[in-house]
Ligand binder design. Sequence first.
Ligand SMILES: [Zn+2]
Length: 241
Amino acid sequence: MVSMRNCFAMTVVALALVAKVSQGIFLEEVKVVKKIPTTHKVVALTVDDGPHYKTTPDLLKVLKEKNVKVTMFVLGQNVKEHPELVAQAAQDGHEIATHAYTHNPLTKMSQAECAAELDKTEAILKKIEIKPHLFRPPGGLYNDAVIKEADKHSYTTVLWSVDPKDWQRPSVEKVVNTVTTTVEPGSIVLLHDGQYPLPTIIDNLRANGYTFVTISELLEYYEVRETGLFSYLNYQKILLN
Ligand SMILES: [Zn+2]
């Protein structure tokens, strides 16, 4: 006869399997990272489209003064022009990630053209001893073919959860306001090289208790929250022990 205790044990094993499988499927489906679920007040600032000979030196200076590390999604064609700026950024502790080569939409390219965009950028970064692990498609535009190509390169595709649309050149006040009021724990902020009031954004977020991390650091904060099912399983484990 199956005891009540064994019955409980079998139920727990079955539910644990279901939970494991659903978690696996869930993680499989996360193909593009926009935000990290976390209770820690961490935020990642990302700076796109650089390097630029005029703005990047100022950007690096400000970040050094404020002691903030960001993630820079650089364009291969710009790295080719100023590899020394990217090397400096990496030396300063910023994370260097790929934004493809030309900034043309990858979704409108053939698989081979898309692959070439990523390969060319990777080859140029390799010359300054940088191997990117993160990728942001230009314009945030992607489809299955683009994701497949990113997977082939072992890139994690990263978009954003906060966009002050700084490239449209709104007022300084508006950019600062959008970022300050919409950032949450685990947010990824989209900024562009040279087009935003960075010191004020940093000061405001710090005043609100936020710590700045790179995207790779942010990924370490990923928390799988306890759902009803997980709580139930933990409760059963307590009962059995
Ligand atoms: Zn861009």
